[in-house]
Ligand binder design. Structure first.
Ligand code: F6P
Length: 358
């Protein structure tokens, strides 16, 4: 038996741990693993572009950030465009991939991806490819899984950044604003903000008024607090306004960014306090995975192989109540999993006295 594995879309701490899990489990079954280079793009060159992976090739990779296979964000297989519209993979691309997969004798492919890549995986499954998905994204915004691998590492980076911003903010009596990733979901901001001791957390799911945040900061000052930490998710909209974007690629999803600077400017103007903003950016994506993500990655990789062994194609590995199971891929895509404003996590933030700006 020969199987393929590829990762697609943005990289994410824990990718190599998944690959290691896949290779280990497949080897136990006597299967060969072909790791396709740069995501789905590796299916296109004549004969395919791949690395044959044995346990010897993956020794020590589980602790490494990035991916030994490389990845592609935009490419020939993009199944989502603009702000999330679905696109059809062109027929000639599907046919070329099919020819190469058949020629190599590959019977199933494990796709490690987020919403966009799993939308591609679903289309390929509908085209007759035997596909199994693994949920990957720092944003933690996939439906049908309580957690994606990579999220914990991103949250850990936010906590580290807040710990550092807190000490310098305290020294200078400043308001420190940290913009974090997450696209249209506030998970990274909410979890990172709570764990990192933020005083205000602004997320896309909760409409906030910048005046409320300014009033909250002024009250803190009157109470004698020297500084305030504000976490803002890149997808948060100021006072019900527009999404702040950096660019809009024609064939890819919009790039978010810039809301942190605007929040900082407005807070400075409204409070008169010295304010600085910091964009954490890709520091949240790079670097070694946390222990949680290494373990999730290993479990997800092994489970993906077991799904193939059981002939359960068109399914995605999922995590629910400490159990690794699986769901149909279509349950995981097309609609993002967002923070529920009435959830216990949001209540926890409020109970801790954190301002959510509403
Ligand atoms: O989806 C993961 C993510 O890191 C988002 O949080 C962020 O908006 C986006 O990818 C950044 O993408 P890029 O690496 O293309 O700038």
């Amino acid at each position: 038996m020969k199987i393929g594995v590829l990762n697609s879309g943005g990289d994410c701490p824990g990718l190599n741990a998944v690959i290691n899990g896949v290779v280990g489990a497949a080897d136990k079954l006597g299967w060969e693993v072909y790791g396709f280079i740069d995501g789905f793009e590796g299916l296109l060159p004549e004969g395919g572009d791949y690395l044959k992976l044995t346990p010897n090739d993956t020794i020590g990779i589980a602790k490494l950030g990035g991916t030994i296979l490389g990845t592609t964000n935009k490419g020939h297989f993009a199944a989502k465009i603009g702000e999330g519209d679905i696109a059809k993979i062109p027929r000639n691309i599907i046919d070329t991939a099919r020819d190469n997969v058949n020629q190599l004798g590959i019977e199933a492919i494990i796709v490690i991806g987020g919403d966009g890549s799993l939308t591609t995986a679903l289309q390929m499954n509908q085209e007759g490819f035997n596909v199994v998905g693994v949920p990957k994204t720092i944003d933690n915004d996939l439906q049908a899984t309580a957690m994606t691998f990579g999220f914990d590492s991103a949250v850990t980076s936010v906590v580290d950044a807040l710990d550092r911003l807190q000490t310098t903010g305290q020294s200078h009596k400043r308001v420190m604003v940290l913009e974090v990733m997450g696209r249209h979901a506030g998970w990274i901001a909410l979890w990172g903000g709570i764990a990192g001791g933020a005083h205000a957390i602004l997320i896309p799911e909760i409409d906030f008024d910048i005046d409320n945040v300014a009033d909250f900061i002024n009250e803190r000052e009157q109470e004698g607090k020297r500084s305030s930490l504000v976490v803002v998710a890149e997808g948060a909209r100021i006072s019900g306004g527009k999404l702040i974007t950096k660019s809009r690629g024609g064939t890819s999803e919009v790039t978010l960014g810039g809301v942190g600077d605007i929040v900082a400017e407005q807070l400075s103007a409204k409070t008169g306090k010295d304010t600085r903003s910091c964009v954490l950016g890709h520091l949240q994506r790079g670097g070694s995975p946390t222990a949680i993500d290494r373990i999730l990655g290993a479990r997800f990789g092994v489970k993906a192989v077991k799904l193939i062994e059981a002939g359960k194609f068109g399914r995605m590995v999922s995590y629910e109540a400490y159990h690794v199971g699986s769901v149909p891929i279509e349950q995981a895509v097309h609609k993002l999993r967002l923070v529920d404003p009435d959830s216990e996590m949001v209540d926890t933030a409020r109970a801790l006295g954190i301002c959510l700006g509403d």
